[in-house]
Design a protein around this ligand. Structure first.
Ligand code: GDP
Ligand code: IMO
Ligand code: MG
Length: 431
């Protein structure tokens, strides 16, 4: 059993890694997050942006399971199903959704939009997909609607009436004039029920049966460990456990069954939205990385904040996740820089810190302590083995490996499947 998780603030190219590994798996599972994720997979020059449906479905016969820990926006899901059909995916056969997953309703987005727009200075910079309000309702227990509720009309109607009455009171208190009708939403839910019915399963039974039959399971993380609600840079995080910690809760599969845990990092660092980012380059160097890496958000189109590789943060995340190997992505983006910097410690009020401080007020005052390493100028996109990389690129990678304390299994030198170096395939269950 394999797990792929991000070790930074998301967009580490988890989608590409999942796609690379999917041909040796039977089921790919999303266990948290929702349509806030944007996983780009490039197949023969064609870009596919996966959001809720696990990227593994792009391989014939691979089942993509939306696990119980995911928050599902049916409208986003239907759109993505269409995109998948166009790409040749047998959606009816390949997609399954947990009956325990929670539903994002229109009032979640309304609520989030007000919160984000009223929150001068305290803005999280969310994707506005209703993720936070939906998880709030899930944990609050009183008002959330689950996918399985769609198949129980009288239960659904009762829950929805209570939820909508409450949401309308909340919206009024927030100063909004927007109101929702329980009756209209009930009808919407009924139509979702008809469309989703063939895909809904008891995902826990589904997975355990599959495992008992020897099927190979791959977990696809969304966001990254530094956006994890418990272990990330709180409060500038997402509302789920986006590190390895989310797997057991979000799928019903014991964490100890995962045999290969892969931590994905970019060869540098990016972040979308608010929050501290010690190695951020708010200058022409950052701009150069943004241009070279085409660092614009998949979901919202926002320019991503860019900076140098932060080994303190990556080591912290690797520790939380207990990853066996690293996949270092987008190395080609760093080609042409005379000198590269790696953050090896943080300086806080004259003291050197070697790990990520738990308080945001400390983290935002941290200055990065850099180690400078020489860059390379050779085009590396054609390299297919570690030995084919320029000496300086190898030195850069070896230093990252040393500082993070985890061996590198995969290096990526371009978005295509072929633009990949399998450094230690055994570490990711290959060869
Ligand atoms: P994810 O959310 O972690 O799956 O990452 P995203 O898809 O949001 O962002 C990663 C971006 O980098 C995507 O546009 C990928 O197509 C692209 N990509 C992946 N690997 C490489 C690489 O090695 N080099 C370059 N230049 N682009 C890559
Ligand atoms: P993938 O899976 C990068 C960020 C948002 C915001 C914060 C909270 O593509 O790596 P949310 O909408 O989740 O409440 O927003 O988290 N964020 C991501 N950043 N990649 C993602 O997903 C993200 N999903 C959420 O920008 O800062
Ligand atoms: Mg992304």
């Amino acid at each position: 059993m394999t797990a792929v998780v991000g070790l930074q603030w998301g967009d580490e190219a988890k989608g590409k890694v999942v796609d690379l590994l999917s041909d040796s798996h039977d089921i790919v599972v999303r266990f948290q997050g929702g349509a806030n994720a944007g996983h780009t997979v490039t197949v023969d020059g064609r870009q596919l942006k996966m959001s809720l449906i696990p990227s593994g479905v792009l391989h014939t016969g691979v089942i993509g399971l939306i696990g119980n820990g995911v928050v599902v926006d049916p409208e986003a899901l239907f759109q993505e199903m269409e995109q998948c059909r166009d790409a040749g995916v047998d959606v009816e056969k390949q997609v399954r959704i947990s009956d325990r997953a929670h539903l994002i309703l229109p009032y979640h987005k309304a609520e989030e939009s007000i919160l984000e727009h009223q929150a001068e200075g305290a803005r999280i910079g969310t994707t506005l997909r209703g993720i936070g309000p939906c998880y709030q309702d899930k944990v609050g227990r009183r008002f959330s609607i689950r996918v399985g509720d769609l198949l129980h009309p009288s239960w659904l109607r009762e829950r929805l009436e209570r939820a909508v009455a409450h949401k309308n009171r909340v919206l009024a208190a927030m100063g909004s004039e927007e109101r929702f009708s329980a009756e209209a939403l009930f009808e919407t839910c009924r139509s979702w029920a008809e469309r989703l019915r063939p895909y809904i399963v008891d995902s826990v039974e589904f997975l355990h049966e599959a495992v008992a039959q020897g099927r190979r399971v791959l977990f696809e993380g969304a966001q990254g460990t530094l956006l994890d609600v418990d272990h990330g840079t709180y409060p500038y995080v997402t509302s789920s456990n986006s590190s390895m910690s989310g797997i057991a809760a979000g799928s019903g599969i014991p964490a100890r069954w995962v045999t290969h845990a892969i931590g994905v990092v970019k060869a540098y660092t990016t972040r979308v939205g608010s929050g501290p980012f010690p190695t951020e380059l708010d200058n022409e160097l950052g701009e150069r990385i943004r241009e070279a890496g085409n660092e614009f958000g998949t979901v919202t189109g926002r320019p991503r904040r860019c900076g140098w590789f932060d080994a303190v943060a990556a080591r912290y995340s690797a520790k939380i996740c207990g990853v066996d190997s690293l996949a270092v992505m987008l190395l080609d983006v760093l080609t042409g820089f005379e000198e590269l910097a790696i953050c090896v410690a943080y300086l806080y009020q004259g003291r050197e810190l070697r790990t990520v401080p738990s308080h945001p007020d400390v983290l935002r005052q941290c200055e990065p302590v850099y180690e400078l390493v020489p860059g390379w100028s050779e085009d590396i996109t054609g390299a297919r083995s570690f030995g084919e990389l320029p000496e300086r690129a190898r030195q850069y990678l070896r230093r990252i490996e040393q500082l993070v304390g985890v061996p590198i299994a995969i290096v990526s030198v371009g978005p295509e499947r072929s633009e990949t170096i399998w450094v230690e395939p055994a570490l990711v269950g290959r060869g």
